[in-house]
Design a protein around this ligand. Structure first.
Ligand SMILES: Cc1cc2nc3c(=O)[nH]c(=O)nc-3n(C[C@H](O)[C@H](O)[C@H](O)COP(=O)(O)O)c2cc1C
Length: 199
């Protein structure tokens, strides 16, 4: 897949103003090629030190969904059940192991983080959340719809999918094609004058 193929179609409307959070999906499948395309876009989200702590698990088989669904808030289960793919987003608290390659100019960064688990956890969490925003927009830019959800039992998902690893789950994102009645009406957004200061 070339960069121009990745970036040709989307418009600001398809990513922002027309797009809605999806709660119900059509049965149309999502291919592994589409999932690869999402990642190939999402990976360009900027992160501090280019640290890229986000790790994504695309749950798309019935067997894997059966492991995940009971670990979601009850009110969220039908939403994920209707999605062809559910992405588990986790922060890799051992992201620093990659720093010599992904941030080569920051000499000694891996060693500094190795000795400070607390700052590593904060860095992993903040930057994985930042990447999650980019990930949602990448889903939309790939012609699909996204339903992000924080109503999950993150610790139980870690135990089920990531036992004995440094991955810490923080949200899931339902992915597919939105059903005709698959969104709630738009709630108001804060206006420029409410959210923005021109200093
Ligand atoms: C981090 C995050 C967590 C969310 N958690 C849930 C959730 O647990 N359940 C749910 O139904 N919607 C959840 N939502 C959906 C939001 O309510 C929705 O994106 C927001 O109201 C905007 O809706 P719109 O895109 O239709 O304008 C979550 C969204 C985000 C970004």
């Amino acid at each position: 897949m070339t960069l121009s193929e990745l970036t040709e179609a989307p418009t600001a409307a398809s990513i922002f103003t027309d797009a809605h959070t999806a709660y119900m999906f059509t049965p149309e499948a999502v291919s592994d090629e589409e999932l690869a395309r999402i990642y190939e876009l999402a990976k360009f989200t900027p992160t501090a030190l280019n640290s890229q702590p986000l790790r994504i698990t695309f749950v798309r088989t019935e067997a894997a969904k059966a492991r995940l669904l009971p670990l979601l808030a009850e009110t969220n289960r039908a939403k994920s059940a209707s999605a062809p793919v559910v992405a588990i987003l986790a922060a890799d608290t051992d992201f620093h192991e990659h720093l010599p390659v992904i941030s080569p100019q920051m000499e000694g960064a891996r060693e500094r983080f190795a000795g400070n688990a607390e700052s590593r956890a904060v860095m992993a969490k903040n930057n994985a959340w930042l990447q999650a925003g980019g990930f949602i927009l990448a889903v939309r830019a790939s012609g699909l719809d996204a339903g992000p959800m924080g109503g999950i039992n993150a610790a139980a998902i870690d135990a089920e999918f990531f036992a004995d690893t440094p991955l810490r789950t923080f949200m899931v994102v339902n992915i597919g094609h939105i059903a005709a009645d698959g969104a709630f009406p738009r709630n108001p957004r804060l206006g420029f004058e409410q959210a923005v200061t021109l200093a």
